[in-house]
Design a protein around this ligand. Structure first.
Ligand code: 4NP
Length: 171
């Protein structure tokens, strides 16, 4: 059974497709594609069916990541029941997802940046949002890309440590 991971933002054209692409690249690089099923979605419906934002795609491409995801809206309970890890990009997305989940299901819903911690001395990102780049310039999109790559590494390490992956021992 693959580990099922869903990234959630508002429009599903900037942050969550960037996160999906970064996490997918990471597991491809580690030869773990068979171990995961990955998707992204938005709590809003404005961009359903669209490719990611032009700048999101351009920045991802600079990091060797091709974004071909088509935006879809968060489905509520069916998505919550189906996925093992639901990663919200900001507090508003987190609140929207958590509001539809039972207390047990809430345990699989996280702020994505909670996984950004880089080493044992310093913790970065805990409790923080991936800032929405939609109304800003290029720098915001680059910041999103770098943030989602760091958080992806942290998330993969976390999942490895749970012992959920075939052939990878806990610890
Ligand atoms: P995202 O960015 O949630 O990172 O995809 C946004 C995209 C579109 C809108 C807002 C945020 N919008 O209002 O259409």
């Amino acid at each position: 059974m693959p580990v099922k991971v869903l990234f959630v933002c508002l429009g599903n054209i900037c942050r969550s497709p960037a996160a999906e692409g970064a996490f997918t690249k990471l597991i491809q690089d580690e030869g773990l594609m068979d171990e995961f099923e990955i998707d992204s979605c938005g709590t809003g419906s404005w961009h359903v069916g669209e490719l990611p934002h032009t700048t999101t795609r351009k920045v991802a491409k600079d990091y060797g990541i091709d974004l071909t995801h088509r935006a879809r809206q968060f489905r509520g309970l069916p998505d919550i029941e189906y996925y093992d890890y639901i990663l919200a990009m900001d507090h508003s997305n987190y609140g929207d997802v958590v509001a539809q989940a039972s207390p047990e299901e809430r345990e699989k819903i996280f702020l994505f940046r909670d996984f950004e911690k880089e080493d044992s001395k310093n913790s970065y990102g805990k409790g923080e949002a991936v800032p929405d780049p939609y109304y800003g310039g290029m720098n915001g999109f680059v910041l999103v890309q770098e943030t989602v790559m760091k958080a992806s590494t942290g998330l993969l390490n976390y999942i490895k440590n749970t012992g959920q992956l075939k052939g990878i021992n806990k610890g």
